[in-house]
Design a protein around this ligand. Structure first.
Ligand code: IVH
Length: 710
């Protein structure tokens, strides 16, 4: 049975017109959350169901046609001006696609796939490919050089995220080079001059390759782990992580995250080949990353076998896939079949159903984290899902629970799809649950009884009792000893809990007062492990200042930010007198972080801890090697600088680094706060226009180098 059938169809009690309007609103909102914020609040499945419902209603009511309906448009990842809060997506040049970037008709039903295939002219070949679950990108090559990399945007215009795309290892920057760089073996075989003549003759002057940018599972998990440690919101799945990454202004960070890419479509004029498959193989020959999992099928049975095989085999792939794409192979036949407003008629996507189960929500409990955030957790009647037993699922926050309208005792649907973390996606409507839910979030901390506070604009409730709320104290200890912080092995969460309960550990400074006999007296800690632990504590006194700063656990000061702060303020003595403005002059330090730092040092209890750490010999200042690295004159201190265009003397990344090294702050977008623009050749037109309208000064490469006396 198709999973759709299991879902209760809600009786809306609305007229068709009202329902159409409501669906259009809801889907537009979801499109924005999905494409722009990279943080959808609806499962793909639910989105597709609502889209199908809207299509169905619009087909029945042609008089209500609206060209602005989400059924007529592909989702947009562009940031409209009123939404420019989304900081990370600002500052990329907007470019008009040469060919519209469409989406695909999709279905979850194999019967519908069969139906689509059977309607095609007899004997057509169908190319079956994996449907990669990332975000689409269009790569433009001019005379063999990569010149633009444009996101889908609204299908008509997209953002040129070229600097970020350049960080992806498999994407050739230059087709000539990529051909040459195939290694000495091939070179020797062909001879360099032959390679070049091949290139110039068979690569069209203008070439466009489309594909999917992805963050591999492994990278995604590592990124989320890091974000958890740094108290940043987690990405729900690799697709959101990839899309969030591609919108970053800092290409170095993009490079660190390790995106990857598969290309599946070639466009342009005077292209080789008469079939889609031939073009993909040609692309592969030119050095593009093209998947191995492609098959030319000659019958519906072959298509079905491909689907069945990959439905299980995809679980072993390093990247996320969410279905199969089927395309008519012959380009002439594709042309004949043509397009709808939104998608080609010659292709269809079959989407794999996320595994979904029905179970009972037994109880909602609450977890208090290191920073006091109270997270509701669903305790479920255990259920088998995608091979694992699921009994808990996060409910994120109060709003999430209210949106789902769930309460203890409800029958709920649990899903595990692109998300690794199981998620509650809905509930079975019953008579009782139609009555307004009586759910209420706790008003006091479940651990220490302190009245909870909700910071304006945040979804989370927080326990403000930093001083004595046990999970907050234990959490701070766990963070302090963690690998990327002080790296004190042998002090895991269980040992921390044990020593905390025994009254031996309350604050991070207590770690340096631990004695061998105190430890050895603990039943669960043998003499040997006590010794090892003390050795690790001793070793942590060599950890450099930047990591100690991270280890202190100042709210929102993650690993990278701590490094930048430690570079500017080379000792805690200097840092504790820093003003908010001085802190904000550091790249990456916004107002909130600066305020947190100032507040941290305004608290006597923290100062006492610092004094004790200092007495214990913890590195609270950079050693002389590190200091020499920062002895550059801070001539750009307090200056916010935007880089735009291309440069000849140094690379863009090098200029970014110079700005930081000389005390300045990089920013991706031009605003009133911009002190000047470091302007290269071909500066983005939108930046230029904005600079002119705000009267922001342009500084060329030479002028900039003179400024810093290089
Ligand atoms: S072909 C005109 N092939 O799925 C046809 N798309 O829901 C262009 N996708 O926007 C698309 N894997 O981002 C095609 N093998 C594949 C794909 C694929 C993933 C994505 C793509 C597209 C979306 C449609």
């Amino acid at each position: 049975m198709d999973l759709f059938d299991e879902l209760p169809i809600e009786e809306t009690g609305l007229t068709a017109e009202q329902e159409i309007r409501a669906l259009r609103e809801e889907l537009k909102e979801q499109n924005y959350k999905y494409y722009v914020l990279s943080a959808p609040t609806m499962s793909d499945r639910e989105f597709d169901e609502k889209m199908h419902r809207l299509q169905e209603l619009e087909a029945k009511h042609p008089e209500l046609f609206d060209p602005d309906s989400p059924t007529q448009k592909v989702g947009s990842d562009l940031v409209e001006s009123q939404k420019s809060k989304v900081e990370s997506n600002e500052g990329f040049p907007r470019i008009r696609h040469r060919y519209p970037m469409l989406s695909l008709a999709n279905t979850y039903s194999r019967e519908e796939v069969e139906e689509w295939a059977r309607k095609l002219p007899a004997g057509v070949e169908i190319v079956a490919e994996l449907k990669y679950d990332g975000l689409s990108i269009s790569l433009w090559y001019e005379h063999g050089q990569l010149t633009h990399a444009v996101t889908r945007g609204d299908g008509t215009e997209g953002d040129d995220v070229l600097p970020n795309i350049r960080t992806i290892a498999g994407i050739p920057q230059s087709l000539v080079e990529s051909r040459k760089s195939r290694g000495p073996h091939k070179l020797a075989q062909w001879g360099v001059s032959k390679v070049e003549s091949l290139i110039s003759s068979d690569i069209p002057d203008r070439l466009e390759l489309r594909g999917e940018v992805l963050l591999p599972w492994e990278r995604f998990e590592a990124l989320n782990k890091q974000r958890e440690e740094q108290e940043e919101p987690l990405f729900a799945n690799p697709r959101n992580a990839a899309s969030g990454t591609l919108k970053l202004q800092d290409s170095k960070e993009v490079a660190r995250r390790g995106l990857t890419c598969y290309l599946y479509y070639m466009l342009g004029e005077q292209l080789p080949g008469t079939t889609h498959y031939e073009r993909l193989m040609q692309a592969k020959q030119w050095g593009f990353p093209v998947s191995e999992a492609i098959k030319v099928c000659h019958s519906v049975d072959e298509v079905m076998a491909f689907i069945a095989y990959w439905d299980t085999e995809r679980k072993n792939l390093p990247v996320a896939t969410d279905g199969i794409v089927l395309k008519v192979n012959s380009l002439a036949e594709q042309e004949e079949l043509g397009y709808t407003a939104k998608s080609p008629r010659w292709a269809i996507a079959y989407k794999f159903a996320a595994e979904r189960q029905l179970t009972t929500l037994k109880q909602i409990t609450y977890q208090v984290g290191r920073t006091g955030v109270v997270t509701p957790v669903a305790n479920l009647e255990p259920i088998q899902l995608s091979g694992t037993m699921v009994q808990r699922a996060t409910l994120h926050n109060e709003d999430f629970i209210r949106q789902l309208g769930i309460a203890e005792g409800d029958k709920v649907y649990v899903e595990k799809g692109g998300e690794i973390i199981p998620k509650i996606v809905g509930k079975v409507e019953s008579q009782e649950s139609k009555v307004e839910s009586q759910y209420a979030f706790p008003t006091v901390c479940p651990e220490c009884g302190t009245k909870l506070v909700r910071v304006e604009g945040e979804a989370a409730w927080r326990c403000p009792n930093e001083v004595s709320c046990p999970p907050q104290l234990k959490g701070r200890l766990e963070h302090f000893v963690s690998r990327k912080a002080m790296n004190i092995e042998g002090l895991g969460s269980e040992t921390i809990a044990l020593l905390y309960d025994k009254g031996l550990l309350h604050s991070i400074a207590d770690i340096y007062d631990l004695r061998a006999d105190d430890l050895a007296a603990q039943e669960r800690l043998g003499e040997k492990s006590a010794q090892n632990l003390l050795q690790a504590v001793e070793g942590s006194k060599q950890v450099p200042w930047s990591r100690v700063l991270f280890a202190l656990g100042i709210r929102m000061v993650g690993e990278t930010t701590a490094k930048k702060i430690a570079k500017r303020f080379t000792s805690i003595d200097a840092l504790q007198w820093a003003s908010k403005e001085q802190l904000m002059a550091i790249d990456d330090v916004g107002e909130q972080i600066a305020e947190n730092i100032v507040a941290y040092f305004a608290d006597m209890r923290n100062l006492e801890i610092i004094t004790r750490l200092q007495a214990a010999g913890v590195q609270l200042a950079a050693n002389s090697d590190q200091q020499s690295a920062v002895s550059l004159p801070q001539v750009l201190e307090g200056k916010t600088i935007v880089i735009s265009g291309t440069f000849t003397e140094h690379s863009r990344e090098e200029y970014k680094q110079m700005i930081e090294d000389y005390g300045g702050k990089n920013s991706g977008s031009v605003s009133k706060k911009t002190d000047f623009i470091l302007a290269g050749e071909n500066m983005g037109p939108s930046k230029l226009e904005k600079a002119q309208s705000l009267g922001v000064k342009l500084v060329n490469e030479q002028e900039f180098l003179a400024m810093i006396h290089v």
